[in-house]
Design a protein around this ligand. Structure first.
Ligand SMILES: NC(=O)c1ccc[n+]([C@@H]2O[C@H](COP(=O)([O-])OP(=O)(O)OC[C@H]3O[C@@H](n4cnc5c(N)ncnc54)[C@H](OP(=O)(O)O)[C@@H]3O)[C@@H](O)[C@H]2O)c1
Length: 313
């Protein structure tokens, strides 16, 4: 594994991290989740990305990690960098969602309980809350670090201006933002187009990309139709309508370029994200050890040339 410094901080993250959004819920056998996570750890993927609501049911991914920590990984706690998040819908009533101090503090306590941890390494505000004053959210994050319940703070999916404000607020309160998390892949480049990567580069902050494979579109998974058991057959977060003829043609061209490079489309897609400015790591999902192993092969490949970057567009 190659490790990369996260902005101007003491933290090194693996270039490829493991996400627990899918494949760590009750719709998948516990043994499969365990196999994927333990394989990741054995390959140096020491950063696990979770959230309060990852399941199904919400909380299940954290419960599963908790069991792994008890039964398999307990002796390795200090080798792991565990992240969780709050701000999406988690429980009933007015405090079960969004980014109030009340929700963030209660949610993190629940997360720690499910994982059996005293602290997480990284705690994120999972989304921008347009109705809660930013100072309330940010002060809650500062206080969470001061209480020792998280070592570092991250921000996920905030728009540019709010992110700028967060960086300066957290800096002024001596709890610098470690990292920003956003979706970034060849098909969806918002952090690049909206100036977020420029800002993070300038401020020397880390960036970690989620859905770097566009939930599987940027792999060979759908090149010959929709396979049984794929995320698209679940149809909840990745819908068959996404696979338009225009996109299919583009994916086939990209796959051709990857083959010329002697790698899979997944490898080339991950490499593309890793070559973007400010990028510290990509968080991949995997429904099998084979997929994860293939994704980790990315790091054995060669960088994309300027010409290849131009062809990818
Ligand atoms: N901050 C946020 O709001 C947010 C939002 C979304 C995700 N995230 C984080 O980012 C993580 C990754 O997101 P994601 O799961 O959407 O990432 P992704 O890596 O873009 O997609 C993962 C899916 O792609 C397919 N796949 C992966 N590797 C493959 C390979 N080598 N060959 C063929 N197919 C492959 C699998 O689909 P099949 O299941 O069909 O096999 C897998 O489940 C999440 O687990 C979560 O931690 C954060």
């Amino acid at each position: 594994m190659e490790y990369q410094r996260c902005g101007h901080s003491g933290v090194l993250l693996p270039k490829i991290s493991l996400g627990f959004w899918h494949n760590f819920g009750q719709n998948k056998p516990y043994e499969l989740s365990r196999e994927i996570a333990l394989y990741a750890f054995s390959q140096g993927v020491v950063h696990f990305d979770l959230a309060n609501n990852y399941g199904p049911d919400p909380g299940e991914a954290e419960r599963r990690l908790g069991r792994m920590l008890r039964e398999d990984l307990g002796g390795h706690r200090d080798e792991l960098f565990i992240a969780t998040k709050a701000a999406y819908d988690m429980w009933e009533g007015p405090y079960g969602s969004w980014a109030s101090r009340k929700h963030l503090m209660a949610s993190l306590d629940q997360s720690l309980g499910r994982m059996g941890l005293d602290y997480v390494d990284l705690f994120y505000c999972h989304r921008y809350d347009p109705d809660t004053p930013l100072d309330e959210t940010l002060q809650a994050l500062v206080d969470i670090v001061r209480q020792g319940k998280a070592l570092y703070i991250g921000i996920s999916r905030w728009p540019l201006e709010a992110l700028k404000y967060a960086i300066s607020y957290l800096e002024a309160h001596h709890t610098p933002m470690l990292i920003c998390q956003h979706k970034l892949n060849i098909l969806d480049r918002q952090p690049l187009e909206k100036g977020i990567l420029d800002l993070l580069d300038k401020e020397k902050k880390g960036f970690i990309a989620f859905s770097p494979l566009a939930q599987g579109l940027l792999t060979d998974r759908y090149l010959n139709g929709i396979p049984e058991g794929s995320r698209m057959t679940e149809g909840r977060f990745l819908k068959p309508e996404a696979l338009t003829p225009v996109l299919m043609e583009r994916l086939k061209k990209l796959n051709g370029l990857a083959q010329e490079r002697g790698e899979t489309l997944a490898n080339m897609a991950l490499r593309w994200v890793l070559q973007q400015q400010a990028t510290t790591s990509v968080i991949v999902g995997a429904s099998s050890v084979e997929q994860l192993a293939n994704n980790l092969n990315t790091l054995k490949g060669t960088p994309l040339s300027d010409e290849e970057m131009r062809i990818i567009g």
